[in-house]
Design a protein around this ligand. Structure first.
Ligand code: AMP
Ligand code: MG
Length: 314
């Protein structure tokens, strides 16, 4: 930790200048993105990357996503083939992470990829993280800004509650619009691809550009090591696909299934994604000992919502 008091204020120009100085000095900054809040540090420093793992209590086999300003900067860090370039052109800036062969001379800390020969890269769309990358003039490693395994943060208040004094500075950019982590796509030698983590960009959107996905090549190896069965855990039992709830369950509704709160009364999956983690945080803080959640349709971004819900319930 740097001897720098926590700032939780609007991410104006002065706050971003200060945050960039913290980053350049090797510190950690919680920063809004369009998906969830990230815990950012300079990706070229072993010490700075170690500070992320320490603050989150994250297992060191779980690699981080590196955030850059544009495709040109990304191409200095990893090898882009035709398929990777097509996806980057179509979806960046935006909620898509590409896993690509890492350049040996990229100058990044080995810890960002947890020893893997590949690198996970994203160009985010949110103006605050974009300004921070530009001002720091560095690639930023940034996993979600929460204690490892717990519910992801979609507001500065969530970050403060989870990491509080474990982060040097929090930039407040309001609530995250997408609310669910980026889609992660691995590009294979020869142009095959597969989704390692579902997210806001649907597989059909990728298939429209690259053709059908390849079957996973993992063969038992954990390919996206962060995809552990239990994750996003609210700290109490979660029951999925609930049409009704019992007296000791805090009910999260969706569409026609009402609850104490709802993911989306209108049954809108994009709204449900944006509200998902805030609802889980509310349910976690409620006095009732259990959580029940209404069914969410399993198509489009609903697939990503159900992926997160299964892990929250595991
Ligand atoms: P988070 O930073 O919390 O959004 O999690 C990052 C996700 O990216 C985790 O699921 C990691 O396993 C995944 N990831 C990061 N780097 C790689 C990589 N080189 N290969 C596969 N998955 C990766
Ligand atoms: Mg995370």
């Amino acid at each position: 930790m740097l001897p720098c008091p926590l700032v939780q204020g609007v991410a104006d120009h002065a706050a971003i200048t200060r945050a960039a100085a913290v980053i350049r000095a090797g510190g950690t900054v919680a920063v809004p993105t369009e998906t969830v809040y990230g815990l950012a540090a300079r990706a070229d420093s072993d010490q700075a990357v170690a500070a992320i793992y320490r603050a989150k209590g994250r297992p060191d086999f779980n690699p981080l996503i590196v955030h850059v300003g544009d495709l040109a900067q990304a191409e200095t860090l990893a090898r882009f083939d035709h398929a990777a370039r097509a996806l980057a052109t179509a979806f960046w800036p935006g909620p898509l992470t590409l896993v690509l062969p890492r350049h040996d001379a990229a100058g990044l800390s080995a810890a960002v990829s947890a020893g893997l020969p590949t690198l996970a890269l994203r160009v985010p769309a949110h103006p605050v993280i974009r300004a921070l990358i530009a001002e720091a003039r560095l690639p930023l490693a940034a996993p979600s800004a929460n204690r490892s395994g717990s519910v992801s943060p979609t507001s500065a208040a969530h970050v403060a509650a989870s990491l509080g004094d474990r982060v040097d500075l929090i930039l407040d950019g309001g609530d995250c619009k997408r609310g669910i982590e980026s889609t992660i796509v691995a590009i294979r030698p020869g142009g095959g691809w597969s989704v390692l983590r579902p997210g806001p960009i649907a597989p059909a959107d990728i298939a429209a550009l690259l053709g059908p996905a390849q079957a996973s090549l993992a063969g038992g190896v954990i390919e996206a090591p962060g995809q552990l069965a239990s994750h996003y855990a609210p700290g109490k039992p979660v029951r999925l696909n609930a049409a009704t709830h019992s007296h000791d369950e805090f009910m999260i509704g969706f569409g026609p299934v009402a609850g104490a709160i709802t993911l989306s009364a209108a049954g809108d999956c994009a709204e449900a994604a944006a509200r998902l983690y805030a609802c889980l945080h509310t349910a976690a803080a409620a006095p009732l000992p259990r959580i029940a959640i209404a069914p969410v349709p399993d198509h489009g971004i609903g697939e990503a919502i159900n992926d997160r819900l299964r892990r929250a319930a595991a």
